[in-house]
Write a protein that binds this ligand. Structure first.
Ligand code: ADP
Ligand code: MG
Length: 485
């Protein structure tokens, strides 16, 4: 659609991503940090900034921030100060937000994106800092009235800011996808964009190709899907180029992305930092993140998506694409890894997971944790097929459904019970071949006169008569011998 950027211009994109952290309580109080509670029930005087209330920092939120920083190879700031960012908005009960201004907990670092096989791009980060969320304004529930729910106010957030180094809408999409995957692997956020756990502001400018001076940036606020991130970027690039081509300036403004029309519309002129009147938060002493604390968090680091993918490619010989799909979700990657402990038909096991198992989970709207079949059973099932004891389609259509119902059943014993073990007995296979050949004497003649395609017809007959159990490879050899004999 808006995909191509005209030659003389170059786009520059920087993202700011707000990540809602998974913690039991809020950033500066013991109020519950839960989604979907009755409005205005998770509120204490601290969240409302009643006079005399004193905020206290949430250690788990710090642990989460350090974890993300370590995953991105950022420098962790030892001495963390908090600041007040003042602005007036109805969903901000205090009239200011507590955030980190001069000492973000993570400085620098990077995240790799993989636009296509064999290609990787390093996206540098400027900073990641801790702050608190605002409340929520609800429009359209009562006519002409805005309702306010302060439950979200004070929930811990990380704001991650990239350097202006992203070059296209597609790369911006990839970046958000990587961040979502990363926070889910780290288990620091659920990463759900629809529920607002991951929110994205996109900054876009265009400049002459190869220029060193960046163009004026436009900020598109609060985008809540990866697709919208891409479309907003592509729309803005086109819009800004058109302005420049027409000799008009790009205004530094904050815009909003309209999902239905795919356009951005102006909201307001961009605020400048001075308007926020940042000043040190007087009620929170600086938080010292010691090397010992960082080492503690380091111990809890899981394998990252990239490490898993590299392992799957190197140790299990999977293709880049299959490894990418298997590592999309941490539970899946772990499960596959466990299956591989029990057997060595890695590619076949990946097919089982990405085919019948994923299909079943999707169909039943289940997550992997709700699957009753164990990694060991999948391994056995894979082995059963790969060793030629049962055909794949029979295993998938007859053994797997029973396996899903009967906890702890053995695929091998099920195969016997269901009588689906492949027929490998030479005499029995010969009898099947003979029956098929004798049933169609005229087709045998046609075959012998050169119509080799009829082989499939005879095989179909054999498979039908054996209820799908004939060992296809051996039956096909015997059939050809019989026909050509
Ligand atoms: P603010 O809070 O005012 O939006 P930040 O410094 O937090 O400022 O965020 C700025 C974001 O905008 C960063 O992601 C940065 O990479 C990006 N950015 C800065 N200048 C440009 C530009 N000229 N074009 C595109 N993106 C830019
Ligand atoms: Mg911004």
């Amino acid at each position: 659609m808006h995909n191509t950027i005209q030659e003389p211009y170059e786009a520059v994109i920087g993202l700011e991503i707000h990540i809602q952290l998974l913690t039991d309580s809020k950033m500066f109080s013991s109020d519950k940090a839960e989604y979907g509670a009755l409005p205005n029930t998770n509120l204490s005087p601290i969240t409302l900034a009643c006079p005399g209330s004193l905020p206290q920092v949430n250690k788990i939120a710090f642990d989460h921030a350090i974890k993300l920083g370590l995953a991105c190879e950022s420098t962790i700031t030892p001495l963390n100060y908090f600041a007040r960012k003042s602005y007036f908005y109805p969903d901000l009960p205090k009239g200011f937000q507590i955030t980190q201004d001069t000492t973000p907990i993570c400085c620098g670092g990077f995240v790799m994106i993989y636009p296509k096989e064999g290609e990787e791009k390093k996206i540098n980060l400027t900073r990641i800092h801790l702050e608190e969320d605002t409340g929520k304004s609800l429009h359209g529930i009562v006519d002409d009235v805005t309702l306010l729910d302060y439950n979200r106010a004070g929930i811990p957030l990380l704001e991650l800011v990239t350097a202006p180094v992203i070059k296209s809408g597609a790369d911006a999409y990839q970046f958000v996808a990587e961040i979502r995957k990363l926070v889910r692997y780290l288990e620091i956020s659920d990463g759900n964009m629809e529920e607002g756990s991951l929110r994205c502001d996109v900054n876009i400018s265009v400049m002459a190709q190869g220029s060193v001076i960046l163009g004026t940036r436009v900020e598109v606020k609060n985008i809540n899907s990866m697709r919208s991130v891409q479309l907003a970027v592509e729309y803005e690039i086109e819009r800004q180029i058109a302005l420049l081509e027409a000799g008009q300036p790009v205004l530094a403004e904050t815009r909003n992305f309209q999902v239905v029309s795919g356009e951005t519309i102006a909201l307001r002129a961009k605020e400048i930092a001075g308007e926020y009147r940042y000043f040190p938060e007087p009620n929170i002493p600086p938080v010292y993140v010691s090397p010992a604390w960082i080492a503690e968090v380091q111990k809890t680091m899981p394998l990252l998506p990239r490490t898993f993918a590299q392992k799957f490619i190197a140790a299990y010989g999977l293709s880049y694409d299959v490894a990418a799909i298997l590592t999309e979700n941490k539970a899946f990657a772990l499960f596959f890894d466990e299956v591989c402990i029990h057997m060595n038909h890695y590619g076949a096991a990946a097919n089982w997971l990405l085919g019948p198992i994923k299909g079943y989970l999707n169909q039943m709207s289940l997550s992997l944790s709700e699957l009753s079949v164990t990694a060991k059973q999948i391994a056995e099932l894979t082995e059963l097929v790969e060793s030629g004891l049962v055909g794949f389609s029979i295993a998938a259509s007859q053994i797997l459904p029973v396996l899903l119902q009967e906890i702890n059943a053995s695929p091998r014993l099920l195969a016997e019970r269901l009588n689906v073990l492949q027929e490998r007995d030479e005499d029995k296979l010969q009898a099947l071949v003979l029956a098929a050949v004798q049933a169609y004497p005229d087709k045998v003649v046609e075959y012998q006169n050169g119509k080799k395609g009829l082989l499939a017809m005879f095989m179909g007959e054999i498979m039908k008569n054996s209820q799908g159990r004939a060992n296809a490879k051996r039956a096909s050899q015997l059939l050809q011998e019989a026909l050509e004999g």
